[in-house]
Design a protein around this ligand. Structure first.
Ligand SMILES: [Zn+2]
Ligand SMILES: [Zn+2]
Length: 124
């Protein structure tokens, strides 16, 4: 069927894009791990070996595309603190962030709180 073929082509493209994004994320994570000590910037827990996958890169301005090589936009945070940080800001960066443990990426860019977040920002 024609439409089915289109769909699988789209899937293929989606996969390529997801793959490219993952590579980029691995790139800045590696870089961040080179620059910073392996310690959560919030709770101060130290990480090494297998545990290191629980240490994630947070973008201070919440912009994944802003990756200065000197690390000025990055902070290393454990999963818990990172989660906390983002539930405060109600933004979505965290959900597109690294997927430790090699789970597949989240299915879509669903942003349930996008409007809410902008409302809250206006209020401040
Ligand atoms: Zn922490
Ligand atoms: Zn973050």
């Amino acid at each position: 069927m024609e439409s089915k073929k289109k769909q699988s082509e789209k899937d293929r493209l989606d996969r390529i894009i997801a793959e490219a994004r993952r590579k980029r994320e691995q790139g800045y994570r590696e870089q961040a791990l080179k620059i910073f000590p392996w310690v959560c910037a919030r709770c101060g827990r130290e990480f090494s070996g297998k545990k290191l996958r629980e240490l994630t890169v947070h973008h201070k301005d919440h912009n994944h595309d802003n990756n200065p090589p000197d690390g000025s936009n990055w902070e290393l945070m454990c999963l818990y603190c990172h989660d906390n940080e983002h539930s405060r800001h109600l933004d979505q960066e965290w959900y597109e962030d690294e997927t430790p443990g090699g789970e597949e990426e989240t299915p879509s860019k669903y942003k349930p709180f996008a409007d809410l977040a902008s409302l809250l920002k206006d209020k401040k």
